[in-house]
Structure formats: structure tokens, C-alpha cells
Design a protein around this ligand. Structure first.
Ligand code: ZN
Length: 90
């Protein structure tokens, strides 16, 4: 069993949830461009949903950032709505 990856990991965010391996997605700003990475292996808390990337996944994401997320490597594109912060609920 690799260090830090046990069968019964407790979440350090809510201190009651259990962590289970899952695949997550995350969004990053690359300058003015927003990019999304899917299928990142992570441990996810079954109570609060906190996500923990292992060192390998974090390193891989850094490598991908370093390569600048070339457009021809994207598997698909999505359109996201953008909102201006209004400061109040109307
Ligand atoms: Zn938790």
C-alpha cells in the first residue's frame, strides 16, 4: 500500500467523512482562457465532497499546465455562461 493511500482514510476537511477513489474534473484559468480537465484520479469525501489529488495527479496537471493546454489536444469544447457579480440577490 503506497504511503498516504489507505483503505480507511478520514477526510481532514470535515473530519467525519471517508475518502474513496473517484474521478473528478477541475477547471483552470490559462491566461484569459478557461480550461477543464476531466477524469482526474482523486480521493473524494463521501460526506462533504472534498477532493484530494494524489502527488502523481498534481504533478501530471502541472505538466499539462506547462504545455499550455494546446487546443488540438482538447477532447471536446464546452460553452460556459459568464455572470457579472451583482453584490446582491435580485
Ligand atoms: Zn469531508
Amino acid at each position: 500500500m503506497p504511503a498516504g493511500i489507505g483503505a480507511d482514510l478520514t477526510c481532514s476537511a470535515c473530519s467525519s467523512g471517508r475518502l474513496a477513489p473517484d474521478r473528478v474534473r477541475s477547471a483552470f484559468w490559462d491566461g484569459e482562457r478557461l480550461v477543464v480537465v476531466e477524469d482526474i484520479p482523486a480521493l473524494v469525501c463521501n460526506t462533504c465532497g472534498e477532493q484530494y489529488l494524489d502527488d502523481q495527479a498534481a504533478l501530471q496537471l502541472d505538466l499539462m499546465k506547462g504545455r499550455g493546454f494546446p487546443k488540438d489536444k482538447a477532447v471536446r469544447e464546452i460553452t460556459v455562461p459568464v455572470f457579472a457579480y451583482s453584490g446582491e440577490d435580485t
